[in-house]
Design a protein around this ligand. Structure first.
Ligand code: NDP
Length: 296
């Protein structure tokens, strides 16, 4: 293996320490405790794990965590009423509605009901527009975490060729906007891209956000490129015993690590950074709401 491993877990711990410092300052100097409300509808097991982890980490950095667990049958009107209540609650600075929602609920409508100033996931149409036009916004946590790791590793990204594989609203598109903002030359690839291998081979930076286990092989990677693997896929792991599973990313880690200059592992790469950025966004939202200078 030649690639440097970008340790998202360690970097996320640093980000959380900084967040804890800002929270302490807000409490001591301004008497304010940032608060994050997380809304979970239904009992999707993966979502329950994420929500628990978010709640724990929120409390660990000294913030208030408000968890709202709603029945899977919750009506759209009841969910919108809760969001309205949270929008007006001065103790709540960030609101996150855990996705995916049950099918009978309209995700776009629900997300766009959140006060954009409290939209710590950065999915509200106003924040999407602000990001797209280079204005101050709430930036989606997963791409923000990826950008922070890339900046930390490279310093400047100016002029680099970046290929983002995946065009979802929550990862691919905002990732591309952020890389463009840092003056990369950006290509967004998707399921209809022709000769994906050739497109990826041009990249100095590859961000894989596809949702297909180990789809990107090592021979697609330009030697020395940086590979950011957003994917989280659970696959069978018979080598660990009958019925056991393990997590893999969207890139073939072993194959890509032979060629890349740097690579994020799964787990321990993008995942921990996502939650750390959620905490950072909540502090940012709290500072903006209270006219306090926000962290860089
Ligand atoms: P989506 O399913 O919303 O989007 C996947 C994208 O990949 C689509 O744009 C799709 O193209 C594209 N795609 C699918 N198959 C191919 C293919 N064969 N070749 C090229 N492109 C393809 O997924 P998300 O963006 O929500 O998530 C992507 C991955 O990231 C998942 O594994 C998810 O679990 C993970 N994730 C991880 C997070 C973290 O914190 N680490 C947070 C969020 C997601 P098209 O649009 O044409 O269909």
């Amino acid at each position: 293996m030649t690639a440097e491993i970008i340790d998202g877990k360690a970097f996320a711990a640093e980000v959380r320490d900084k967040v804890a410092g800002h929270v302490a300052r807000l409490k001591e100097e301004h008497g304010i405790t940032p608060g994050l409300a997380v809304v979970l509808v239904g009992e999707d097991p993966a979502s329950q794990v994420y929500v628990r982890s978010k709640g724990k980490q929120t409390v660990d950095v000294g913030m208030n965590s408000y968890e709202h667990k709603l029945d899977v049958e919750t009506s759209q009107a009841d969910l919108l009423a809760l969001i309205e209540q949270l929008n007006h609650d001065p103790a709540v600075h960030g609101i996150l509605v855990q996705l995916p929602l049950p099918r009978h609920l309209d995700e776009d409508l629900v997300i766009n009901a959140i006060d954009p100033a409290k939209d710590v996931d950065g999915f509200h149409i106003s924040n999407v527009g602000l990001l797209g036009t280079g204005q101050k916004s709430m930036v989606p946590c997963t791409p923000l975490g990826c950008l922070m790791m890339l900046r930390h590793h490279h310093g400047s990204l100016l002029g680099m060729n970046a290929v983002v594989v995946g065009r979802s609203n929550i990862v691919g598109k905002p990732m591309a906007q952020l890389l463009l903002g840092d003056s990369c030359t950006v290509t967004i690839a998707h399921s209809r891209t022709k000769d994906l291998a050739a497109v990826v081979r041009r990249a100095d930076i590859v961000v894989a956000a596809v949702g297909r286990p180990e789809m990107v092989p090592g021979d697609w990677i330009k030697p020395g490129a940086t590979v950011i693997d957003v994917g989280i896929n659970r696959v069978d792991a018979p080598e660990k015993g009958a019925g056991k599973t393990r997590l893999v990313g969207d890139v073939d880690f072993a194959g890509c690590a032979e060629v890349a200059g740097a690579i994020t592992p799964v787990p321990g790469g993008v995942g921990p950074m996502t939650i750390a950025c959620l905490l950072a966004n909540t502090v940012t939202a709290c500072c903006r709401a209270n006219g306090v200078t926000e962290p860089e």
